[in-house]
Ligand binder design. Structure first.
Ligand SMILES: [Zn+2]
Length: 966
């Protein structure tokens, strides 16, 4: 371990001294610009954070080796509530947070008081995170580092917002937003516990009447009002009678409070338990009939009004709840309900939908075998019915003037009509509640009045975003539809807050631009951050004209220079640098940022920059789990990154977070995996030392096995390169480390048995290539090995290997594969029978069998092999015709087998042609003898001097010699 740490420190120092990751424009080389979402410095990084950054770094390193001038910069996101809320929790002495900071992250206890200041906290963790990134070996150009509260960055954001406003994308108005009642701030994904985006839905409240009182049932499906059989109330929840905008309402207590955030005047008159309502009847405003109020446990008083209309024909929850109450004698008695009246309630069918019965809710409930109204499967059941009815459903005759309308249309019309007649109103509610603010308070929906919004609902802007997306490469491609969905779904987004760090809204400075709005085009800022830092350009010099010139090519550099005092040459340099590195080639983050940040990035780029500068690619990845469990403080399974680095080393951690999963999957970290990675790297190190020590002694002859090793190597290069191009990194690492290692071990065994010493040349060449391909993932140890091998310069800058077609020898590979599987088969027999062999006889297939086999492959190249067709072709050959019966029997055995063989493999075998199996076996005779510790005898089937006491030879097939052991 100690030695890995020394190697890491050595190379990190060398990289820094040689400044090899500092990228400047170089017109002679193609560029590649990669960015990762910058971190919020509100806590230290743990191993889970390492995945996205390590992936981006490995990609950057790979592209650098591919000859690109790669820029990978980093900055820190101080803006908004993530930092603020954490500092506030600390100031309030939140015991859990204090425990985490002190126990898990080892923040010195006397530091804590200082960190209650948001800025001090950001600065502290900023240092901590930067150190971690250096220690894990990220190839970052640190000259471009900035924070989002640097006054120069503020100027950039002001410029962006004035541009957005000029383009008509900033609106002022009233819109519903997720809201923390305690903080008095809108909340977005980055303000919530668990990083969930508050999803706002619009419920229709249908005014059922209980005498003088309105009981507003909340529904997302107003068109089903014609199928209401009863009303549901939670008997154990607290309800209120209240004057809502002067009208008497009965709603849950929580609802009364929420309504105040939606611009209603609410005066609570009386509180009571829900059961007081059970058994009364209310009037349906659409049909004017009376329905019973019944009890149901599934009714959540915290959801909308806490009053639910029951449509058992089309709503699975209602169907199950109705079945439950009908059968529940205890409840019926407890609430004094008439058994006959309740049991007489029948679901009403009002929507016709193909492939379902009259009562779709019943179909789905029965199919999914749902019995209880608390069954979580009811969510899926509800979604299924809703989806089918919404897209394919038609309103039936019993819906009056809506009969015949598609559900999608009826839904809107019923709602509009009821509202127009004063029989309904509406209310916003969070669809994915409960959503908690980082301060711990449950969020509500507030109608945010007279505020500033970014108008992601603008249809022309949406069209631009779609256009940009359509041209982008999305990795993994499966997620493209999510972006499409988000672009369509986004509406106005509140873009400013009253509190937190950040940039003030330039035209209304009481407001601070929030964190998801000041982080959409900052990738462009990296291209000039270097100049701003190096030339000490002051914020007041960075006027809109400067940004217009640098980013949009508007204006005259000389004039701008006169006005701002920035040298003309510097302005021109900034412009050149921006044009050199832009557009952004690859954007990286975890995939939960698709609904906001990543899509906002697309929108804002299309708003600000010309088409040729829009981003080219987005790569997202899953999370990291710890030994199969979600990483969470409450599970106590969080390993801080710097602690992990000290425990396992940088290269093993880098490999561990990348090798266990492809992009979409969660990677599973465990100390066992990290240690296994470390062991492998150490083995590679020892092997290299061993080979280098023996270098020059026993060179050995280049034998077939060397040709095999080098031929296999070309295949591994091709596969690893293909995987890296698609960022299928798990497969790449498997190829580079595991598959190649297996071949190396096989090669070493084969060479050892031949007794010709270590042919260092082949192994060295193989290891050299392995080190090159491993360098993006485990750069420290690879630099060390590279230097040991006497190679010049940094492996980080060495060219990525290319497969050499001339070294590929498929014949040798197939012959070796024959030996490999023959040895496996023999060992399998020995294991199964428990024999200790004295002698092993191998029988290679007779030449005529090879003839048949080749002909079969040839015929099969046209598609599926048919025995009749094959026989006809075989019988054209007189020598085969002479033994027609045996030929037919053998052909029958191989037809199935060939049809199962993948076409690619068939082509390969056909190309290689007849293999001299006896020669291949002879070449491997010493080896087989050593491996099996027995005498080896080799025969061709049907040869005169054959030793075949058990009559096994006739079982031989091409590539599958028959085996006899005694
Ligand atoms: Zn809050």
């Amino acid at each position: 371990m100690e030695f890995l740490r020394l190697i890491e420190e050595k190379w990190q120092k060398r990289w820094e001294e040689a400044r090899i990751f500092e990228a400047n424009p170089d017109p002679s080389r193609p560029k590649f610009f990669i960015t990762v979402a910058y971190p919020y410095p509100n806590s230290p990084q743990h191993i889970g954070h390492a995945r996205t950054y390590t992936l981006a770094d490995a990609y950057a390193r790979y592209m650098r080796m591919r000859g690109y001038n790669v820029l990978l910069p980093m900055a820190f996101h101080y803006t908004g509530t993530p930092v603020l809320a954490m500092a506030r929790r600390l100031a309030e002495g939140d015991p859990e947070l204090v425990k985490d900071f002190v126990k898990i992250y080892k923040v010195p206890e006397d530091k804590l008081k200082e960190l209650t200041d948001p800025l001090a906290m950001a600065r502290y963790f900023h240092e901590e995170i930067r150190e971690g990134m250096k220690r894990i070996g990220y190839s970052i150009d640190w000259r471009r580092e900035f924070t989002t509260i640097d006054p120069q960055y503020n100027k950039f954001i002001e410029w962006q917002f004035r541009r957005l406003r000029k383009a008509g994308y900033i609106t002022r108005g009233s819109h519903p937003v997720g809201w923390c009642p305690k903080d008095g701030n809108p909340v977005g994904q980055h303000d919530t516990v668990g990083d969930v985006e508050p999803e706002i839905g619009e419920f229709t409240l249908i005014k059922f009447r209980l005498g003088e009182w309105v009981m507003p049932t909340a529904t997302l499906r107003p068109e089903t009002v014609f199928g209401v059989t009863n009303i549901w109330i939670n008997p154990r929840a607290t309800y209120v009678k209240a004057l809502v905008d002067g009208e008497g309402w009965i709603v849950s207590q929580q609802c009364a409070e929420k309504l105040t955030y939606q611009n209603r005047s609410v005066k609570v008159l009386e509180r009571f338990e829900g059961k007081a309502l059970i058994g009364k009847t209310v009037q349906n405003p659409a049909l004017e009939n009376e329905v019973l109020i019944l009890p149901a446990d599934f009714v959540d008083p915290g959801n909308a009004t806490g009053v639910v209309m029951s449509v058992p024909g089309h709503a699975p929850y209602d169907y199950v709840a109705l079945e439950n109450i009908k059968a529940d004698d205890t409840s019926l008695r407890e609430f004094g309900l008439s058994v006959e009246a309740v049991r007489a309630i029948r679901p009403i069918s009002l929507i016709e939908v193909p492939n379902y019965s009259e009562i779709p809710a019943a179909d789905v409930v029965k199919r999914m075998d749902i019995k209880a109204q608390t069954d979580p499967k009811l969510e899926d059941a509800t979604k299924e019915v809703y989806r089918h009815e919404f897209h394919n459903g038609k309103m039936k005759e019993n819906t009056g003037k809506y009969a015949g309308l598609p559900v999608a249309e009826a839904k809107e019309r019923v709602k509009q009509d009821l509202m127009a007649e004063g029989k309904a109103t509406m209310m916003y509610e969070l669809l994915n509640r409960p959503v908690r603010c980082r301060c711990g308070t449950e969020c509500v929906v507030k109608i945010f009045e007279d505020q500033w919004f970014i108008d992601y609902g603008n249809p022309e802007w949406k069209a631009l975003a779609h256009k940009c997306l359509a041209r982008m490469r999305i990795l993994p491609e499966e997620l493209r539809s999510e972006y499409v969905y988000v672009i369509d779904w986004l509406r106005e987004k509140a873009c400013a807050r009253r509190s937190g760090l950040g940039t003030r809204l330039p035209w209304d400075p009481d407001w601070i631009i929030e964190s998801l709005s000041d982080s959409t085009i900052y990738m462009a800022y990296y291209t000039i951050a270097r100049h701003i830092n190096a030339y000490r350009i002051k914020a007041e010099q960075l006027t809109d004209e400067v940004f217009d010139y640098v980013f949009l090519g508007i204006g005259d550099a000389g004039e701008i220079s006169d006005k701002t005092g920035i040298d003309k040459s510097i302005l021109e340099e900034m412009r050149r640098e921006f044009l050199y590195f832009y557009p952004l080639d690859s954007r990286h983050s975890a995939h939960e940022l698709i609904p906001n940040h990543l899509t906002f990035m697309i929108f804002n780029h299309t708003a600000i920059f010309p088409e040729n500068l829009w981003p080219r690619q987005i790569v997202t990845n899953g999370h990291v789990t710890m030994e199969g469990a979600k990483m969470s403080k409450s599970f106590g399974n969080i390993i801080p990154l710097r602690e992990g680095l000290a425990m396992f080393g940088a290269d093993p951690i880098r490999l561990s977070v990348l090798a266990t999963a492809e992009l979409l999957q969660d990677a599973d970290f465990s100390p066992t995996v990290a240690r296994a990675m470390r062991d492998r790297l150490e083995r590679l190190y020892r092997l290299t030392v061993e080979i280098l020590r023996g270098k020059g002694e026993a060179t050995g002859e280049q034998a077939k096995i060397d040709r095999w090793m080098l031929s296999r190597l070309q295949g591994h290069i091709a596969r690893a390169t293909e995987a890296m191009e698609k960022l299928v990194v798990r497969r790449a690492i498997n190829t580079i480390m595991f598959d190649l290692d297996q071949d190396i071990q096989w090669y070493q065994k084969r060479v050892k048995a031949s007794g010709r010493g270590v042919p260092a040349k082949t192994l060295l060449e193989t290891l050299r290539v392995q080190v090159l391909m491993l360098a993006p993932f485990a750069p420290h140890i690879c630099e060390e090995l590279w230097e040991m091998m006497g190679e010049k310069g940094f492996v980080s800058l060495a060219p990525w290997p290319k497969p050499d077609e001339k070294m590929v020898d498929e014949g040798v590979e197939e012959a070796e594969s024959l030996i490999r599987s023959l040895l496996e088969d023999t060992l399998e027999i020995l294991r199964a029978t428990g024999i200790t062999p004295k002698r092993v006889c191998y029988y290679a297939a007779a030449p005529w069998k090879w003839q048949v086999y080749m002909k079969a492959l040839e015929v099969a190249s046209g598609g599926k092999l048919n025995q009749g067709v094959l026989m006809k072709r075989l019988m054209e050959d007189p020598s085969l015709r002479a033994k027609a019966k045996e030929v037919a029997e053998f052909a029958g055995k191989i037809v199935e087998e060939i049809n199962r063989t993948p076409q690619e493999k068939r082509q390969r075998l056909l190309k290689v042609g007849i293999i001299d199996e006896i020669q291949a076996l002879k070449d491997a005779e010493d080896f087989l003898k050593a491996e099996l510790n027995a005498e080896i005898r080799l025969y061709i089937e049907e040869s005169p001097q054959i030793y075949d006491p058990k009559n096994r030879a006739h079982l031989a097939k091409p590539l599958r010699p028959a085996i006899y052991i005694e």
